[in-house]
Design a protein around this ligand. Sequence first.
Ligand SMILES: [Zn+2]
Length: 267
Amino acid sequence: MFNWLRDHRRAEMLERPFPLEWEAILHSNVAHYSMLDEAESDELRRMVQVFLEEKHWEGCGGLELTDEIRITIAAQACLLLLALPHDEFYRNVDSIIVYPSTVVPPERKPGFFEHLNGVVEAPVPILGQAFVQGPVVLVWDAVLHGARHPEQGHNVVYHEFAHKLDMLDGTANGTPPLVNREQLSEWVKVCSREFLRVRSLSEKGHKTFIDAYGAQSEAEFFAVVTEEFFDRPLALQKHAPDLYNVLCNYYRQDPAVRTNRTHSLKK
Ligand SMILES: [Zn+2]
């Protein structure tokens, strides 16, 4: 496919300097931004510029969208893609809809959400939703809290955009497009074992390191472990080293190394 028009627009866009106010937003709101090395943060800023420009953004429930909201969301969505081929920047995401705070969608009845074939997030109220052929819906207060507090292991942007990665092949089944059969067979082996382990423990009422919400389905499992992978990589590596490695191979990032480096710099 010819993408010369898109590439030309992007080249022009990237000639503009990244505004200092935007950089300040990244530092104050997105804890993971400060943990990136120079090459990674350069690339993430470029990605944020493209993502802001090429996606349709909409505030709902009285929320007026600001640069702060868009940048905080864009940076986290783009972090997942940082080391993956990202020319298409989530080709299955046209729109991002943001509500001010936790919402119970009144539209959740036949004829609206269902026809979009959504991954339905129970229980309502929701913090976010991702639709196979539709938008990503996010709640700003949850977005901000997750972005600033990775130690808590919940990040609605990572969660919903992991669903979108999963859906790139048309179905939400917990397996995003992988590069080859070898990667797929390792993925299936490790993820099914870990998924069944979490499911069995949660059915017995035991506490699990991976949030029991991930036991609902393979799709939720991938979204939940993506949150843990980026938010609490050292703990995930300790509790489920094979799963950590499978995610490292998929995302082509090693957040545990990043976390250790950040800790050693702080000493
Ligand atoms: Zn989900």
